[in-house]
Design a protein around this ligand. Structure first.
Ligand SMILES: N=CN[C@@H](CCC(=O)O)C(=O)O
Ligand SMILES: [Zn+2]
Length: 415
């Protein structure tokens, strides 16, 4: 079916094919969000067919449905390039511990955190895990998410990790939006290997990765490179093991400490290094001189009460920045990308245009779908967000916490 949107107050994110070909928006280019005011857009089947200013709309357009978008913004759906959407149970008891003053690291050290999620996940049948994940994904789509990356990392056993990745593979097959999978077996050391790191690294290399590759269960290799989790040397070893199977690194770096994750990610040509709460000048310069995307996860910093990522310094240094939700039960129990964008403006001093680009086009590039989604470009997927009537683009992050989305279109269909 084709849908014609008419009288769109602001059609935002109309990046040209030339811009898309150049890859992620870096530095000052991030502030350039092309818009057409008083515009029309036509979808055809699952794609964006054409668009332009109302004054130039061809008189003979035929569409199955016509929408009057007066006063509204039409823009690309969010591209959430970092989530842990597959998990068995929420962890609000740890939330209480955090309120009482325990840190993320202290909760992890007493057997909570990722290990808590791993115990619950290993006990849950695959079908139930899939149903829970599918429900969450559908809710995220209704909030405007039109492409998503999902990680394993709550199994930490051969069976558990494969179970998670098989769930993600089913989501890929059944979800209306693009889904990418990252293998995060190196999320933390399971208790059984606490004093035998070599044994767990070998388990990943010899028992997990070969099966993952043969069943085509992952697109990326991820490691939590952090003090108390995986050292820089261990991170590099696991990334290289994944790379032998064609998995590009996309790693957790510099969340709690200057972990060297950024430097390792850049050296290994990682697609992205994610978190970046804790950065020094060397790490910022290293990222700026690379093609690796820095994915900022402000809701995780917010939830853990940490300093926010230094978005301004990163952008001013010339880095390519994406924004993602980090949706997970421990450090970011929200998949709301609208909130991520608002928080990035309010707390990281990003301009609304920068935040929208980072959460759409650059997010798409951070999961290799920049050629099919993340902007209003002819031939791309019609994955679109139509807002309620709003006075301006800046109103979206300004009016934080309010749901301003009226309709979401995925592959040309309203959801
Ligand atoms: N930092 C490591 N991993 C997740 C949190 C996982 C958890 O606490 O369950 C993150 O990206 O924030
Ligand atoms: Zn994460």
């Amino acid at each position: 079916m084709s849908v014609l949107f008419k009288n769109i107050a602001i059609l935002a994110g109309t990046h040209s094919p030339d811009t898309i070909r150049k890859g992620p928006l870096k530095g000052a280019a991030l502030a350039h969000l092309p818009v057409i005011e008083n515009a029309w857009l036509l979808t055809d089947d699952n794609t964006i067919r054409d668009f332009g200013p109302m004054s130039e709309m061809p008189p003979d357009i035929h569409a199955g449905q016509v929408i009057d978008a007066s006063g509204r913004i039409l823009m690309p759906a969010w591209c959430d390039s970092h989530t842990h959407l597959v998990f068995a149970a929420s962890r609000e008891s740890e939330f209480i511990d955090k309120i009482k003053g325990l840190s993320y690291a202290e909760i992890a050290a007493k057997g909570g955190g990722i290990l808590n999620s791993a115990n619950r996940l290993n006990a849950m049948p695959e079908e139930e895990l899939y149903q829970l994940a599918k429900e969450r994904l559908n809710k995220a789509i209704k909030l405007g998410t039109g492409a998503i990356e999902v990680k394993s990392g709550y199994g930490l056993t051969v069976e558990g990790e494969l179970k998670m990745l098989r769930v993600i593979k089913r989501l890929k097959a059944t979800s209306p939006i693009p889904v990418k999978a990252s293998f995060l077996g190196a999320h933390t050391y399971p208790l059984a290997y606490r004093d035998n790191h070599e044994g767990y690294l070998q388990l990943i290399e010899e028992e997990m990765l070969p099966v993952i590759a043969s069943e085509n269960l992952a697109d990326y290799i991820d490691v939590f490179c952090e003090t108390g989790f995986f050292s820089p040397e261990e991170t590099e070893r696991i990334c290289r093991a994944g790379m032998q199977y064609g998995l590009q690194p996309k790693i957790h770096a510099n969340q709690l400490n200057l972990s060297k994750g950024v430097e390792i990610g850049v050296a290994l040509n990682a697609l992205s290094v994610d978190h970046l709460e804790t950065m020094d000048d060397a790490a910022i310069q290293c990222l700026a001189g690379s093609d690796t995307i820095g994915t900022l996860l402000p809701t995780a910093a917010f939830f853990l009460g940490m300093a926010f990522q230094p978005a301004r310094q990163l952008i001013d240094a010339g880095c390519a920045i994406a924004l993602a939700s980090d949706f997970n039960p421990g450090s970011s129990p929200s998949y709301n990308m609208n909130l991520v964008v608002a928080m990035s403006c309010i707390r990281m001093k990003m301009q609304p245009e920068e935040a929208i680009n980072a959460a759409t086009l650059n997010g798409a590039f951070a999961m290799d779908v920049g050629d099919i989604t993340g902007s209003i470009t002819r031939g791309k997927l019609a994955n679109l967000v139509l807002t309620q009537p709003v006075p301006s683009l800046a109103f979206l992050p300004y009016s934080f916490g309010n749901n301003l989305i009226e309709r979401v279109m995925i592959a040309g269909q309203f959801v």
